[in-house]
Design a protein around this ligand. Structure first.
Ligand code: PMP
Length: 356
């Protein structure tokens, strides 16, 4: 029997130690279907113990707040506005550390996320979808009001907390670099041994900002970083600032304001791609049916954005360069969306049958 000496080869102290350390997996079948010569690689975050990329920042924000004396065990109450995944990471961390937790979340976010939050012991306050981000009735407004009313309550605020991008600069980015540089280049599987392109969906912008900094500062200053934003939202890229925000179904990416933690340095995020719900859902189906990956909706947006960018003039050069490494961050899993119409539409669609 092979002796595993790396991931989880030892007893862990708690589920917090099973956050991150996620695999980088080749999307060879999709790459072949698309005629890509580059390596298309997916950083698969649903295998993190809370089920998403946001576990990392939940843990980092709580540990930093404890270190700074902002959170006091047995006394503090944690409040956070979130699209759900940060809430689940916080609920897991707070369950282990014994902090009461209140999550404010807009009504459009999935039922599964709310159920899971409650199962982990959090209280959940739903806020109306149509409220602007700065309205007192929106998720951030309600969180702020609760903080004023509840003694010893703390909002860690993923939208402005430096530990959000830092968690990715210190963990997600280095893990990607380590997997790419430790996988040898062979004649059948050539590799530049560098991350040439990194593509992620943008919500708070913490993931793309932190990973970009890790890649560009310590690995490959020429790495191209591409941000994916849902079409019809307020474009973070400001390419069509005359379009008003319109509803979209994809969860976790696209806000109607520019969060403080998102780096606006054009050198941190080099390009933006906007994606539609329909394309994203189709790509989730492809990730499941051809790569066997149980990913959530924003992962479909990221694959859509990646394939679109690889068709641009600059993208074509990378796409056709054998051994270049294009890394996609797939942020969460299908667990969060099992009752959503878009998922059931393809999951239950009758296909070819061998049953006589
Ligand atoms: N995808 C999903 C499903 C998410 O929950 C989030 C977090 N809002 C993101 C992508 C984007 O991550 P970030 O907030 O780091 O930009």
């Amino acid at each position: 029997m092979a002796l595993h000496t790396d991931r989880y080869s030892q007893i862990l102290d708690s589920a917090l130690d099973a956050i991150g350390n996620t695999p980088l997996i080749r999307l060879d079948r999709i790459a072949a279907e698309e005629g890509l010569k580059c390596n298309l690689l997916a950083k698969v975050e649903f295998v993190s113990s809370g089920g998403s990329v946001k576990d990392r920042i939940a843990k980092a924000m709580i540990l930093a707040a404890e270190r700074d004396g902002i959170l006091i065990p047995g006394k503090s109450v944690v409040i956070e506005p979130t699209s759900g995944n940060t809430g689940i990471g916080l609920a897991m961390t707070c369950a282990i550390k014994g902090y009461p937790l209140i999550i404010t979340m807009s009504e459009r976010m999935s039922r599964e996320k709310e159920t899971l939050l409650r199962a982990l012991g959090a209280e959940v306050v739903r806020t109306p979808n149509e409220e602007p981000w700065d309205s007192p009735k929106g998720l951030i407004g309600v969180a702020k009001r609760l903080q004023q009313e509840i003694p010893h309550s703390v909002i860690l605020d993923q939208y402005s907390n430096v530990n959000n991008p830092l968690a990715h600069e210190y963990t997600t980015g280095p893990e990607i670099i380590s997997a790419v540089v430790s996988t040898p280049s062979t004649p059948t599987r050539p590799s530049s041994l560098m991350v040439d392109v990194f593509i992620a969906g943008v919500g708070t912008g913490g993931t793309i900002t932190g990973v970009s900094r890790a890649l560009k500062k310590s690995h490959n200053s020429n790495c191209i970083v591409v941000g994916v934003d849902p079409v019809r939202t307020f474009p973070l890229s400001l390419i069509s600032h005359l379009t008003l925000p319109k509803p979209y179904v994809i969860e976790g990416i696209g806000y109607d304001f520019v969060p403080q933690v998102l780096s606006r340095e054009p050198t941190d995020v080099n390009h933006w791609v906007q994606t539609s719900d329909e394309d994203a859902f189709h790509m989730v189906e492809r990730l499941m049916k051809t790569e066997g990956l149980l990913v959530g909706g924003s992962s479909g947006s990221v694959l859509t954005g990646a394939l679109a960018w690889l068709k641009t003039k600059q993208g074509q050069k990378i796409a056709q360069a054998e051994g270049s490494n294009v890394v996609l961050l797939l942020a969460d899993g299908v667990r969060n969306y099992m009752s959503k119409e878009w998922f059931l539409n393809f999951a239950l669609r009758p296909g070819p049958s061998r049953i006589p």
